[in-house]
Design a protein around this ligand. Structure first.
Ligand code: CA
Length: 247
């Protein structure tokens, strides 16, 4: 009996530690049922919806810990659904897709997906990805102790997710802010493209350098500078970038 209680307690603690509230967006009843059962068996609280609009409504009403988003939904194209979700929340999103061409994957990661899985996959695999994404997000938010980085007249408030140049607030996208905050936390240090891809974009280097270039272009514009006339954002040719206070 005592042994049983002990095991029961272990299971409960295990359950409490790992349980996540997952919003499952999937229109296929069979797939949805199987995923629901499988995730519930692994201790997650799962809500399922079958359309992108229901997903948006649900996320706006009560933020889940994580969203698993099917790309092929009846009402909206999956990448539009992703963009709309990203417009209202930073909740981690794992894409479930039947397409695995690199272009699609890169586009989705760029549009704010945290991870993706190619169908068909097992419940165990999805559970492992969920755990990994949540661990990563948890680590990121712990690492992001409310910090303010000041470089020259540039002020980046990580806690508030706001940035200002002098008394001018900068209107940055999520990734532009992440990029600026990452560089501002390491003033003067040269940061490689590979490091940015891994730490800011959370993807291994797959030769997707344009992503960084596009974001740097906009960031530079918003900082009132350009690659030809840099002030804060310096390119170190063939190596990477660094953020410095202008002379
Ligand atoms: Ca579908």
């Amino acid at each position: 009996m005592a042994l049983n209680d002990g095991f029961g307690l272990c299971r409960r603690v295990h359950y409490l530690l790992r349980m996540a509230t997952v919003l499952l967006v999937e229109d296929d009843h069979v797939v949805r049922g199987a995923m629901l059962r499988s995730l519930a068996d692994r201790g997650h609280a799962v809500h399922a919806v079958g359309t992108a609009l229901d997903a948006l409504r649900r996320v706006a009403a009560e933020t889940p810990d994580l969203v698993v988003l099917d790309l092929g939904l009846p009402d909206l194209d999956g990448s539009d659904a992703l963009r709309m979700l990203r417009g209202i929340t930073d909740v981690p999103i794992i894409i479930a897709t039947a397409r695995d061409d690199e272009q699609t994957v890169v586009r989705l990661l760029r549009a704010g997906a945290d991870d993706y899985m190619v169908k068909p996959f097992t419940g165990a695999h999805l559970d492992a990805r969920i755990t990994t994404v949540l661990r990563r997000v948890g680590r990121a938010s712990r690492a992001a102790q409310p910090a303010v980085h000041e470089v020259g007249e540039l002020r980046v408030d990580v806690g508030e997710r706001s940035a200002a140049l002098g008394d001018q607030q900068l209107n940055l996208t999520r990734k532009e802010f992440d990029l600026l905050a990452y560089l501002a936390a390491r003033p003067g240090r040269v940061v490689s493209r590979r490091e940015l891809l891994e730490e800011v974009w959370r993807q291994p280097s797959v030769g997707e350098d344009q992503t960084i270039d596009v974001h740097l272009y906009w960031l530079r514009r918003k900082l009132g500078e350009s690659a030809a006339k840099p002030r804060y954002l310096r390119t170190v040719r063939g190596v990477g970038f660094r953020l410095v206070a202008p002379d």
